[in-house]
Design a protein around this ligand. Structure first.
Ligand code: GLA
Ligand code: ZN
Length: 669
């Protein structure tokens, strides 16, 4: 948007809840944060009860003082709207603001992220509060971003939602005939004759335990509806803010590959994407990198890292400490992949309730003499030195990996052929190939401009919506390389099968027909015998394919379909299409992707990285390289960087330069 405020330094800070502390502590906070080079605070995230103590009454006196204090200290303030947790008075007076869960139980007052998105009371009071905040603080130049609600998610199955669902469906389908067809309601005689016969698909309807469903068409539409409903809540608050403040970007904090909301659709309504990065102790760094790329991909633009913990979490099964240097390296990885902020949850550790064990910049000891504080402070001084060096730069990529929430939902709803096929895992397996070789990737939606890429990878593209196959055909015809896999091209947007043989609309493109799909239990496996004789294990699902113009790259080694093609390559127009018909072990898959990369003439940022992660952000002529070691071994700096200066330390790279675990170099060319 034009005239939108932008950041002029890397925001460094995070969730700050002085309202949960006596005022004597505030000055101490300011002193310590200065010491840690913190320049930003996210405030008012969960203060609804305080700023609106009753239906009739608003009280901003304490928030005024907090904003004043931070403004005087020249903080970049991220001002939240507080609508992520309902106040008690509202739950008491209007019980319908509380959600009804998948089991059909109406909830009572408690917890957070708990409002029914279709409650008119919630809609009214959340937007009103956002408007009041914008009217009061919108002209303060220190407010650099609006943070609406907090981590939208969850579902509601109440009567208000049911009514709203019917309205949403009427708008989408127009007639009941179209709806019955889309949901294939002749099946089990589910035909509905009136809109008010439609019920929400929780366990009382067509939903089943463990997030399964008898009618994927209904459940998919419910997910779309629920995502749209919460998005409407977001828009309601955003528009209320816009009445007073047209210049400050508006965001809400997203959660990476979180399943519940169609983030590509959400991002269109957000000025800037922000997200909360909480890897587990065993999350591969490649998966975190993928999440960053996805969050950047939502708007194809730099994003905010709204939350990470300086050390441990409280809500995971095993909340291990971040090892010395790990938080710093994680932060640089985040910036490398497109972040313009590094913000923590939270600045001072809670005294009580469920987050008292959650890491924070200031620990319960209350001093700066802690390992975590020292690391936060060291990073703060480095970021201060970096200044605006990375701001305004972008990440470019020749490879696009398709990520689609409709597909995510549909693939995981489908009953058969196996329960083990989960979406993110398979996307990550393909992403990892590129990550390991320092080949930059953009995570892209189905309606992306494919012509910007040389290689497009669409693992398990189970749902192929209208227009997508045609766009992919045009991409390949013009010389692009396309890789897709088992469980692709099977259904359309309502989960009804594309008749005429798998992979449906991708069949012509791939030049194969998958006649049957075998499912293999975890203890079973088959093999792919590649044309060069190499053998690799495969399993999960095996497509029994016939060539229709494609060449076979490898065949099954066992079972009654021994000798049938398992992996193929088709020439289509000026380009190539790879079809991987089974879930292969990493090494085998790498061999295939290597060939695709050669076809597509895709370049690595640093092919000889030897396990180092190397990412590049560019502005005009400048290239800023982030070189990071997430392995357990010492690594030699690639020779390409010899003689160059590290922006963080001013050291010059020599032939002796090695990176220990979690070491980072930032090199500008
Ligand atoms: C989420 C929330 C925060 C906090 C952290 C703890 O990201 O947004 O309010 O609860 O988790 O990790
Ligand atoms: Zn509801």
């Amino acid at each position: 948007m034009k005239n939108m405020k932008s950041f002029n330094r890397i925001l460094y800070g995070g969730d700050y809840n002085p309202n949960q502390w006596p005022r004597e502590i505030w000055q101490e906070d300011m002193r310590m944060f200065r010491h840690a080079h913190i320049n930003s605070a996210t405030i008012n995230v969960f203060s609804w009860a305080k700023i609106q103590p009753s239906e009739e009454e608003y009280d901003f006196s304490e928030l005024d003082d907090i904003v004043d204090m931070l403004s005087k200290e020249n903080y970049d303030i991220v001002l939240a709207t507080s609508t992520g947790a309902l106040p008690a008075w509202m739950a008491k007076r209007y019980p319908e603001v509380e959600r009804t869960d998948y089991q059909g139980r109406r909830h009572k007052f408690g917890h957070r992220h708990n409002a029914c998105p279709n409650s008119p009371v919630y809609q009214k009071y959340s937007a009103r509060l956002a408007g009041k905040l914008a009217g009061r603080y919108g002209s303060n130049p220190h407010i650099k971003c609006w943070h609406i609600n907090n981590e939208y998610g969850g579902e509601c199955y109440c009567e208000n939602c049911e009514k709203a669902f019917r309205v949403w469906l009427k708008k989408k389908y127009g007639t009941l005939e179209a709806l019955n067809r889309a949901w294939n309601m002749e099946f089990w005689g589910h035909t509905v004759y009136d809109w008010d016969e439609i019920v929400l698909p929780n366990v009382l309807g067509d939903g089943m335990e463990n997030d399964r469903t008898a009618f994927a068409g209904i459940s998919l539409d419910y997910r779309r509806f629920n995502s749209d409903g919460m998005l409407a809540n977001f828009i309601g608050e955003r528009d209320a803010i816009r009445e007073f403040d047209r210049e400050t970007p508006v965001t809400t904090n997203l959660m990476g590959t979180f399943k519940g909301l169609d983030y590509f659709k959400w991002a269109k309504e957000m000025d800037i994407v922000s997200w909360d990065n909480y890897p587990r102790y065993d999350t591969p760094w490649s998966e975190t990198a993928m999440c960053h790329d996805l969050m950047r991909g939502l708007k194809d633009a730099p994003f905010m890292l709204m939350e990470q913990t300086p050390s441990q979490q409280n809500w995971q099964a095993y909340n291990s400490l971040k090892r010395p240097g790990q938080m710093r390296a994680q932060s640089y990885q985040t910036i490398a992949h497109g972040a313009n902020t590094i913000q923590f949850f939270q600045l001072r550790r809670s005294v009580g309730a469920c987050e008292k064990f959650h890491g924070a910049v200031i620990a319960h000891a209350g001093t700066e003499e802690t390992r975590v504080f020292r690391e936060v402070s060291q990073l703060g001084s480095e970021l201060e030195r970096l200044g605006d060096a990375v701001l305004g730069s972008r990440n470019e990529a020749q490879v696009g990996i398709l990520f689609d929430w409709d597909n995510y939902w549909a693939l995981e709803y489908t009953s058969g052929p196996t329960i083990d096929l989960t979406y993110v895992k398979h996307i990550h397996e393909y992403y990892k190939y590129f990550y390991d070789r320092n080949i930059a990737v953009n995570m892209i939606p189905c309606d992306a401009d494919f012509s910007r890429y040389q290689l497009i990878v669409a693992p398990v593209l189970y749902m192929v919506k209208d227009g997508v196959a045609e766009a992919l055909e045009a991409f390949v015809e013009n010389g692009g390389t396309f890789v897709t896999t088992y469980m692709s091209g099977i259904v359309g947007q309502s989960d009804n099968v594309h008749l005429g043989g798998y992979p449906g609309p991708l069949r012509k493109l791939a030049g194969v027909w998958a006649e049957e799909i075998d499912a293999l239990a975890p203890e079973q496996y088959n093999e792919v015998v590649m044309n060069n004789g190499a053998v690799c294990r495969c399993g999960l699902v095996c497509d029994l394919m016939h060539l229709e113009g494609a060449e076979s790259l490898g065949v099954y080694g066992r079972d009654f379909y021994q000798g049938m093609p398992a992996v193929t390559r088709n020439r289509f127009g000026k380009g190539h299409v790879y079809y991987v018909g089974t879930h292969m072990e990493e090494q085998g898959l790498c061999g295939i992707l290597e060939q695709a990369v050669v076809d597509a003439e895709v370049k690595s940022i640093a092919a000889n990285g030897d396990g180092l992660e190397i990412v590049c952000r560019t502005t005009g002529e400048d290239r800023i390289y982030f070189v990071m070691n997430f392995t357990d071994q010492e690594k030699q700096m690639p020779t390409a960087f010899l003689g160059k200066k590290d922006l963080l330390s001013d050291r010059i790279v020599t032939a002796e330069t090695v990176l220990k675990k979690y070491d980072v170099y930032i090199i500008k060319e």
